[in-house]
Design a protein around this ligand. Sequence first.
Ligand code: ZN
Length: 434
Amino acid sequence: MAVLGKFSIGVGDRFAHQAHAQLQACILASKAGVDVIPVWNKSNREHTIIGSEPASVRTAADAAVHELGWKLPYFCDADHINLSTVERFLPACDFYTIDVADSIGKPADLSSIDRFTSGHAELLGAIPMRGCGQPIEISPELLRRTAAKFLFAIQEAGKIYRRIEASKGEDTFIPEISMDETDSAQTPAELLIILAAIADEGIPVQTIAPKFSGRFNKGVDYVGDSAQFAREMALDMAAIQHAVASYGLPSNLKLSVHSGSDKFSIYSAIHAAMQQFSSGVHLKTAGTTWLEELIGLAEAGGDGLALAKEIYAEAFAHSAELCAPYATVIDIDSKKLPAPAEAARWSSAQFTAALRHNPRCLDYNPSFRQLLHVGFKVAAKLGSRYLDLLEANREIIAKNVTENLYARHIAPVFLGPASRTIYNTASRHAGEIA
Ligand SMILES: [Zn+2]
């Protein structure tokens, strides 16, 4: 039976060259005392932009697992699939992020809304949440409104789940349901109602990705009220535990935090909530490994630095087109973008300081970082020119990939603030990050 462990990390690897370096970060975690299950995720959008197939993710993951002798489970995630895109992921993947955000708000038929609301009287009133000083309160209006907003989407999720199950067999894969790519955040009360509906639909969901309040921009820190986020996360975890106990959902059901990389200012809240509820999370990173490839190339100097600058110049020239698909998840201040001619004069140290996510570094430039983050299409177009340099600079890139995942993500989220001394030894930057 496919079971996702308590702690897991979604590692995107756009060009399928860093699985080994990514897995090294999980090995460091195990050595530090916490097992973090790697999940290689790649969305249909990424495959389409790069021109790759899901089988390449599986091949790279299998090779890394074999080379490094990883004995724990690992998974390949068909990230953000729906009924129209799931097909080509069926042979290679054993984790499915069923994305129903587009179906939120579409009306379910009245009879199913009636059936749901009349069948869930236990959801009405003030529902005490174990481990929380605060109950979740649901009025008849909220129950009905939430059912009207989400029931159709959950029925869609059921169709997608059953399509995957028909192909792969029961209990052979991890089902996740994602609702993060939508306009408004879901409250803990809505999450509880959604989970009841997911249980009714018969989906043995192991991870759920709600949209949290605040902005989860790609590759940069959280923007929002981190104290409010902490309260929301605790209540979400309480709602999940309540739903597991009440509706027979899998006992390992946990939150999945999408675009979870680089959200340094909420990692202590995530860690504290996990401790409070003895729960885990799935931290899904946002394809930022590719930025570590660029950092490694720039750090290497010579041809590597030259290509990193060329990619920036090209991304700058095509920024409107590159940013368009990501408009809701990036915030680039174009006035802060260096002119390509200026960046062309930068040393390795200047380029990496601007790009590397070190909030304490005065030269760190989040606009520069976000533009390059969405600029992977430029590298994809370079084809073997890019890939050959990745291979020629394998070591220096791997060091950056491993260090970024372990010191900036796994350690603060899964090991917590006490890990500072542990990850200081792994990273010369780590002390500046916590
Ligand atoms: Zn997502």
